[in-house]
Unconditional design. Structure first.
Length: 438
């Protein structure tokens, strides 16, 4: 039945695995191995030449990781996925798979600080230009495009700006030009399926909501199998021209018998093979445990976050709340189009008194944890300007939605009364810090 349903509650528990073929174990085993015995010399040759898919070496694939890949691909409506060591590795590989030195991508300005640094600095050092545009106008992506543009990039629910990206509009622009839209869906699993809206590739930091318990770092890239790479041979040369790193394979031709998986196979057997950002089998096991309850948790995250946003919007110590459910106009319409059954667990707000009040608020929290993460079952809080986005210039911070007064909350699944009580007492402490800050 797992192959006959689109219901996330069922897919999260059953997709990609029924029982261990060797033992009939129901729980996914941890295959803590580096290597795999080949059946014969011919079998090994077929694996390495991609005539047959199978296990070669855990840097490239692993049976535990494989279940996670299949399960998330099923949840997203994709054809295949690739597990990697972190969300940062997923973001990097997703772009590097189709953009090389001398190329460019066009990215939304509304990004997580770590991704902004990767794009603005590390990619620049590698010769890949990232052109940042304001997604408020989807046409800005077309205007920033030239003949060397290989991809568009965005976050569904940008951390920390929390204005839903116009996925369908930008994806349509890209498809006309032969440019795939890569969407980071880390903050909106289950709530949004970007592939259904036209995106070609989805990336995740599984460290966040999918894992859900703050125990294991991981990342995933999901190939939608819905982008016509071979129709745009000049625009997408690295999938349509011989690859010298894999005995001249032309990826759109080499894997055709295996399905529309040229993009993800290339990422696996070139980037993952050569750069080695492999996902640990144990971490994959832990992330699978979180994934099994993701549809239930994301509902509670969303419900609690909505209550927190409403509470903060009426608080005298708060200058403004950033939350999709409270937005108006175009931002509200985009949230309604992309997010189903909730607005996620993230809430931002501007606290009166700026940085000093923000620090006082953070230090006064008793239930919320002060950590550089989102998506845990427990509630989390941080002041981005002095932490996650501190490497950005002030101008860059403002473009991503960060100011000295901005506080980001990742609302957990504790009882809402306890969450609100902690916020209330911390805001009272912050209010006393405002005169000192002034």
């Amino acid at each position: 039945m797992a192959n006959e349903t689109n219901n996330p509650e069922t897919l999260a528990l059953h997709a990609g695995y029924r029982a261990d073929p060797a033992t009939n174990a129901v729980a996914v085993p941890i295959y803590q191995t580096t290597s795999y015995q080949f059946d014969s010399a011919e079998h090994a040759q077929k694996l390495f030449s991609l005539q047959e898919l199978g296990n070669i070496y855990t840097r490239i694939m692993n049976p535990t990781v494989d279940v996670l890949e299949k399960r998330v691909a099923a949840l997203e409506g994709g054809v295949a996925a690739l597990g990697v060591a972190s969300g940062q590795a997923a973001s990097a590989f997703a772009v590097q798979n189709i953009a090389h030195a001398g190329d460019n991508i066009v990215s939304s300005t509304n990004l997580y600080g770590g991704t902004w640094n990767l794009f603005a600095n590390t990619f620049k050092d590698q010769g890949i230009e990232v052109r940042f545009v304001d997604p408020a106008d989807p046409k800005a992506f077309r205007k920033a495009t030239d003949e060397r543009t290989r991809a568009y990039y965005a976050e569904t629910l940008p951390n920390p700006k929390l204005e839903v990206f116009p996925i369908a509009e930008v994806a349509a622009i890209g498809r006309e030009l032969g440019i795939p839209l890569i969407v980071d869906n880390t903050a909106a699993p289950v709530l949004c399926r970007p592939l259904d809206l036209g995106a070609a590739v989805v990336v995740y930091s599984t460290t966040k909501y999918i894992g859900g318990h703050g125990t294991s770092i991981g990342g995933l890239i999901v190939d939608g199998g819905n982008f016509p790479w071979e129709d745009f041979k000049d625009r997408q040369p690295y999938l349509n021209q011989p690859d010298p790193s894999y005995h001249g394979a032309v990826w759109t031709e080499a894997v055709k018998p295996l399905g529309p998986i040229a993009y993800i196979i290339k990422a696996r057997v070139t980037l993952l093979r050569d750069l080695g950002a492999a996902l640990s089998p144990f971490n994959a096991f832990q992330i699978i445990q979180g994934l099994e309850t993701l549809p239930l948790r994301i509902r509670e995250h969303s419900r609690n976050a909505a209550a927190v946003a409403e509470f903060l919007s009426k608080h005298a110590q708060v200058d403004g709340v950033i939350y999709p459910g409270l937005q108006e106009g175009t931002a509200r319409d985009r949230a309604a189009a992309a997010l189903k059954n909730g607005h996620g667990g993230l809430v931002g707000f501007h606290i009166k008194g700026g940085k000093a009040a923000g620090a006082a608020f953070i230090d006064a929290l008793r239930l919320f944890y002060h950590v550089a993460n989102i998506g845990d079952a427990r509630s989390l809080a941080i002041h981005p300007a002095t932490t996650t986005h501190s490497q950005l210039s002030v101008e860059e911070q403002h473009r991503t939605g960060v100011t000295d007064s901005y506080v980001r909350l990742s609302v957990g699944i504790e009882h809402i009364d306890d969450i609100l009580a902690d916020l209330s007492q911390a805001l009272a402490v912050a209010a006393k810090a405002v005169p000192a800050a002034a």
